[in-house]
Design a protein around this ligand. Structure first.
Ligand code: GAR
Length: 201
């Protein structure tokens, strides 16, 4: 199986995935790293790991669909079986989701459906949540919305600075995402409506 990681920024989750592929925790080929931003540090990480990269910027396209169409053409030409979003801060169009049905996974740094969007950690922190966490889910055409594969909660410590909470959440993400991806690769995830059955751990 071949997969692509989509990332817009720093790429720490991408790095965890690269490492997990290298050490056999994920038994699929990471064949492409795609970014919507030339500035994404994730692209450097991919280049350092010898993984092919592609970057397309939305400003060069007239519509979100024409942008996603070019990505889909590239993915199909390169026999990509599934897509992993790792800090990809751009909503996929319904067109894209239809072309890869139940084959796109996302990670989000909160307990969905709370604190969707691009600032999940900060929003939970500012709101005063006592418990927050991480969610891995299948992607549909609404933001941070599809069926949930895995969640892990953590307590926000009294007086804890935001940076400490961010670090603890990222540490959870870096362990959890490779595990969830491997369950998908092994065909252990069965979607039933909004629920995802994990067939075997
Ligand atoms: C991660 O915390 C990821 O969960 C989040 O972006 C961060 C990317 O960090 N994604 C979302 O908020 C999606 N709505 P990274 O570039 O270091 O992996």
């Amino acid at each position: 199986m071949k997969f692509a990681v989509f990332a817009s920024g720093f790429g720490s989750n991408l790095q965890a995935i690269i490492d997990a592929v290298k050490n056999g925790e994920i038994s699929a080929e990471l064949a492409l790293v795609f970014s919507n931003s030339r500035k994404a540090h994730a692209l450097k990480r991919a280049e350092e790991a010898g993984i092919p990269t592609l970057c397309l910027e939305a400003k060069d396209y007239l519509t979100p669909q024409s942008y996603d169409r070019d990505i889909v053409i590239y993915l199909k030409e390169h026999d990509i079986d599934f897509v992993v979003l790792a800090g990809y801060m751009k909503l996929l169009t319904p067109f894209f989701v239809k072309e890869f049905p139940d084959k796109v996974i996302n990670i989000h740094p909160s307990l969905l459906p709370s604190f969707k969007g691009i600032e999940g950690i900060k929003d939970a922190f500012t709101y005063g949540a006592k418990v927050t966490g991480v969610t891995v889910h299948f992607v549909d055409d609404k933001m941070d919305h599809g069926p949930i594969i895995m969640q892990e909660a953590l307590d926000v410590k009294e007086g804890e600075p935001l940076e400490s909470l961010e670090a603890r959440i990222h540490a959870i993400e870096h362990k959890m995402y490779p595990r969830a991806i491997q369950l998908f690769v092994k065909g252990k995830l069965k979607i039933q409506g909004r629920k995802v059955l994990v067939l075997e751990k």
